[in-house]
Design a protein around this ligand. Sequence first.
Ligand code: CAA
Length: 404
Amino acid sequence: MDESLSKESRDYQERAREVAEKFVRPVAAELDRTGEYGWSVLEGLKQYELTGLWIPKEYGGGGAGVLDLCLVVEQLSRACGGIGVAYAVNALGSFPIIVGGTDEQKEKYLPGIAKGEKLIAFALSEKASGSDAGSLRTVAERDGEEWVLNGEKKWNTNGGVAHVFTVFALSRPDRGRRGISAFVLERDTPGFTIGKREDTMGIRCVPVVELGFKDCRIPADSLLSGVECQGFKNAMMTLDRARPGVAAQALGLAQGAFEWAMRYTSERTQFGQSVLSFQAIQFMLADMATQIEAARQLVYSAARAVDAGASNMSKLAAMSKVFATDTAMKVTTDAVQLFGGYGFCKDYPIEKYMRDAKITQIYEGTNQVQRLVIGRAITKEYAQLAQNLDVHIEHFPEDAEPGG
Ligand code: CAA
């Protein structure tokens, strides 16, 4: 039990652990094989009142913060990384409404998401616009009381099952990224199509799809916040809130893989003793446990910073994402190694953890983009520090003798 967590947080954690054991673990391998969405898990999440915990209470949600979201994602991902993101991506999709929606937009969309009756996805990336999110090409043109969307989106996690989409499009193409606006769109809108589903390496139970918009007309009040050109800022604010969730997914994957590795190495016997009793193996597991614990502290601390609205939240969110996802890749790879040849086979659960972990280093901003965010933040922090301090560096006098 983590004593640093509040009673409410521990309660969320415990409920998520139960859902993971009762509803996720029994179906994880099957969903990975078939690519089916985890509908039975969604029922479990509803039963345990975990859908929409991040949504404010006045809109039917749990009124909890990013820390509690991370605790739930971590527990679900211990059992299946695909289910972890299938859950977390609803937060990613709804944060644009929470941070930028009008009261009417919140009232219209958030209660259904909070109940788990509506699923949502976040449509930012395009074929030619990934890390450079500001270079997107989808356009939104105002025509009387409607907006007309044309273009396409790529890497839309959850898009295959979502009922609602937050979509980013250029309403003022002449202004570049400052001309991006955010919209809410419903699945059955004419002119909106769900395209190709990606055949992914991991998180196979989550449908990642392309989206198309061809003269797709949506009402004027679909513009988030009711104000144009707020889209890029909205997307960045959303990603600050969502990135600790990816970090938590990675953390859960690392923890889950570590637990399997402990079990396997303690049960497997070679040279007349358990594999775990060899010091070389214990050292590997000791490093894995240490890295996981370090990642956990950073993820929780970033989530707390987001919940507190701290000025350094972008930096901490990026740091948590880099550290936890790089840790997950390393730990899951080492866990496969500890299973030996069995780790390489689908008969055992461990290779799935490694496949699921890979995407966490890529989506919601590659780890290279996270380092860019961190680099910019520390440069800015240093510039502020240097302004207030009389910083100078002492040089050794030219005639100083070494050791003198
Ligand atoms: N909060 C609020 N505003 C912010 C902000 C933040 N965290 N970060 C930047 N901004 C504002 C800036 O203040 C600036 O405002 P002005 O125009 O008023 O000056 C504006 O946004 C532009 O900022 P930058 O100069 O930093 O923008 P940039 O073009 O250099 O891009 C970037 C920065 C960090 C690289 C950004 O483009 C980025 O995060 N890229 C990665 C995008 C990403 O994560 N995509 C994945 C989406 S998830 C997905 O597609 C898959 C899925 O479904 C899961």
